[in-house]
Design a binder for this molecule. Structure first.
Ligand code: PBG
Length: 327
């Protein structure tokens, strides 16, 4: 009888042995919690397709961020729901706009132990739901939009943001924002660039979370976000963002794009973020609610896979429960 020369099972015998040889671990400090703040809310509003996630009032947001800090979460990224929308999204750079108010509050509450990040885009603020200015022929005007992103960056910087996260996928957005920040004394403010962001169906629940319906331009973002068919193109996107001064690069969504995460990790040395998006969270929660998968185990497996593929940090709606019960 011949026996196998190598027995890989020896190190799988006990939990302690498995822990000792685990190549990847996820900790709360790897996670950034996306949070929604709604200008006209008097009570936190549940988001049906994102069980456990709410549209916060300014007060409930403060409480949530305090609790997340206590749980060891390193950062939050804010999305605002303004009361007033218009074709250019001007509430996004209003010094008293919903996110700027939230940033000032959170700045008062927190020292340096929690990174207060803001998503930098216009889609929550435009009445047509696109991420920029729409021309008469229904296209999103790249360069006109860049000027507006510069205004948003400055408004967020002046309100005390720790890092801005441009997510609109306009060409040149990182360079334009870097230029505006530097010209106005914000040379130290980092940019987390949504570099390889795909036109994904997995953003569905997020649109409910921010009350956005996309009108015109085919009702989608395929004219500016990446085609899910393309991985090499993602490297070109990241390369441009790095050249324009990105401090952190991001791949989004996460699980369907682990190959892109791995390729970006192999090629670039900047910190790499991955966004485990609303649809990924919603699918997990729906299957778990039906008893079809073990929700806790699947959540840990998914976050571990995203780190294993090469992400250093993960934006995820699971942040709180991971820190509370899964870690
Ligand atoms: C754009 C933005 C979106 C998400 C983050 N930033 C929506 C979009 O591109 O349509 C989606 C995040 C998620 O689905 O969790 N401001």
């Amino acid at each position: 009888m011949t026996f196998p020369a190598r027995r890989l099972r020896r190190l799988r015998r006990t939990p302690a042995l498995r822990r000792l040889v685990a190549e990847t671990t996820v900790t709360p400090s790897d996670l950034i919690a996306p949070l929604f703040v709604r200008e006209d809310a008097t009570e936190p509003q549940p988001i049906i397709s994102l069980p456990g996630v709410v549209q916060h009032t300014q007060e409930s947001l403060r409480k949530e961020v305090n609790e997340l800090a206590g749980l060891g979460i390193s950062g939050v990224i804010l999305f605002g729901l303004p009361t007033r929308k218009d074709p250019v999204g001007s509430e996004a750079w209003n010094p008293d706009g919903v996110v700027q108010v939230a940033l000032r509050n959170l700045r008062d509450d927190h020292g340096s132990e929690m990174a207060i990040i803001a998503d930098l885009c216009l889609d929550e603020y435009t009445d047509h739901g696109h991420c920029g200015v729409v021309t008469d022929d229904g296209e999103v005007d790249n360069d006109a939009t860049l000027e507006l992103y510069q205004r948003v960056a400055l408004a967020q910087a002046e309100a005390g943001v720790d890092m801005v996260g441009p997510s609109g996928m306009m060409d040149g957005q990182v360079g334009a924002i870097r230029q505006a920040l530097d010209a106005n004394g914000h040379e130290s403010l980092p940019i987390m660039a949504y570099s390889a962001k795909y036109a994904s169906a997995e953003y569905g629940p997020f649109r409910e979370a921010v009350d956005v319906t996309i009108s015109g331009g085919g009702g989608n973002r395929k004219g500016y976000q990446q085609d899910p068919a393309n991985a090499r193109e993602a490297m070109a996107e990241v390369e441009l963002d790095v050249a324009e001064g990105a401090d952190i690069i991001m791949v989004k969504p996460a699980l369907a794009y682990l190959d892109v995460i791995a390729a970006a990790r192999a090629r670039f040395d900047l910190p790499l973020a991955a966004y485990h998006v609303s649809g990924e969270y919603a699918m997990l929660k729906a299957a778990a609610a039906n008893g079809w998968v073990d929700g806790d185990a699947t959540a840990v497996e998914h976050l571990t896979a995203i780190k294993r593929a090469g992400a250093d940090l993960i934006l995820t709606y699971l942040a709180r429960e991971f820190a509370e019960t899964l870690y």
